[in-house]
Design a protein around this ligand. Structure first.
Ligand code: CTP
Length: 399
């Protein structure tokens, strides 16, 4: 649910009291939540409770009573990337099935372009009635997804099927449904990120300014699209809390090489965004180097080029993506790396572009593909850049 924009619509059923828990669980799972409700739903739960939990205003009328402003249901419908109607009464379901539009919830439903999930709540006979079942079938034929009612004690004192599904079950149902549609479901991805530290002596190293933000954002986006991710990370201050991402901490180029080769063997996607040291000291002093001489020489030897090595062992079903960080002759150098390292895509970021590179939360990239495409992008947040890169990977897979 992370970063999803969820519009929760509440209608007048006793199950509306469970909406508070629903909002809490959605927020906890990382979603952004806005709530709308019918006028009569306010008899069951207050807008104040819901606005406090969702941290957003709650609307129920076409105009706000205080400011007299129009509540833009079209905008609300387009804002959402998922609409959840819970609880959905027999009355609302019937109106949705026939296109009646006499309240804000129904107008927003008609304006929404996103997937709509509906959790019915009513008494057992109302639920079993042919007209309700027919209406639910009609909504399914529109592409709406019904979260089946559960069986148990009902507000009427009767026992049977008609209870709104429990909030935990609603969320599990939605997550399950969404994960089935994820384009990278079943794929394993390797991502390298961050700098490497090459020790000179026990207290000093040669490093670089890479923050790891770009690689971490790519790992998160790949996981959001359904992939299982192995993130081989040099030293960074970043944290990730996502069960689909396993972080393998490494310190220097040699360790990063070893772990990358290991995880590349099980991966179908590899994105090498780490700023790997190109040189490492030929020997590491076991004692702290004393400042007895006016100058010292540190001898360096080349590290293994991970991208090039993976390019050499790459199989047909694997996609390999590298970066090119350039200050001049950008396109020429990027295309050279694409060819020489046998990559399928090279993501160029030029340090000449303002806002691009290690220090920033933004980046400006151009993607070059093996098939000859050149795709420039404007300056964006590293999260949005990650999404562009992952979208391009998905396109390559389907090509
Ligand atoms: N790379 C790597 N292993 C190395 C050096 C670089 O895997 N030892 C990868 C980087 O992660 C990146 C790509 O190679 O995906 C290009 O890195 P970059 O620093 O731009 O270029 P280099 O190949 O190091 O060449 P140069 O420094 O001469 O530009």
């Amino acid at each position: 649910m992370k970063s999803r924009k969820i519009l929760l619509a509440i209608t007048a059923s006793i199950a509306a009291y469970k909406a508070a828990m629903l909002v809490r669980l959605l927020i906890k799972s990382g979603a952004e939540v806005k709530v709308i409700m019918t006028e009569s739903a306010k008899e069951f739960i207050t807008p104040l409770t819901l606005s406090t939990l969702s941290k957003n205003p709650v609307y129920s009328e076409f105009t706000t009573s205080k400011q007299g402003e129009w509540v833009n249901h079209v905008e609300l419908g387009l804002w959402a990337d998922l609409m959840l109607i819970a609880p959905a009464t027999a009355n609302t379901i019937a109106k949705m099935a026939t296109g009646v539009c006499d309240n804000l919830v129904l107008a927003t439903y008609l304006s929404a372009k996103c997937p709509v999930f509906i959790a019915p709540a009513m008494d057992l006979d109302m639920f079993a009635h042919r007209t309700t079942q027919k209406n639910l079938k009609t909504l399914e034929s529109f592409g709406n997804i019904i979260i089946d009612a559960e069986t148990g004690d009902l507000a009427s004192g009767l026992t049977g099927k008609g209870r709104m599904a429990e909030p935990e079950n609603i969320i599990a149902f939605i997550e399950n449904k969404l994960s089935k549609n994820k384009p990278l479901k079943g794929k394993i991805a390797l991502v390298t990120a961050g700098p490497t530290y090459e020790n000179i002596d026990p207290v000093r190293f040669i490093g670089n300014y890479s923050s790891g933000k770009m690689g971490y954002a790519i790992a998160e986006n790949l996981a959001e699209q359904g992939a299982e991710v192995f993130l081989v990370s040099g030293p960074t201050n970043l944290k990730i809390n996502n069960s689909a991402i396993k972080i393998i901490d490494v310190k220097n180029a040699a360790e990063m090489y070893e772990q990358s080769v290991k995880y590349f063997k099980k991966s179908t996607i590899a994105v090498l965004s780490a700023a790997v040291a190109d040189y490492t000291p030929t020997s590491i002093s076991s004692n702290k180097i004393k400042k007895s001489n006016d100058s010292i020489l540190v001898n360096l030897k080349k590290t293994k080029d991970i991208l090039k090595q993976l390019g050499a062992i790459k199989k047909q079903n694997q996609i390999l993506i590298g970066f090119a960080l350039e200050t001049d002759n950008e396109e020429k150098n990027a295309l050279k790396k694409l060819k020489e390292k046998n990559a399928d895509m090279i993501v160029l970021n030029s340090l000449k572009n303002k806002g691009a590179g290690f220090k920033y939360d933004t980046n400006q990239i151009t993607i070059y593909t093996k098939k000859g495409a050149k795709i420039p992008f404007p300056l964006k947040s590293k999260q949005d850049v990650a999404s562009d890169i992952v979208n391009q990977i998905i396109i390559e897979f389907n090509a």
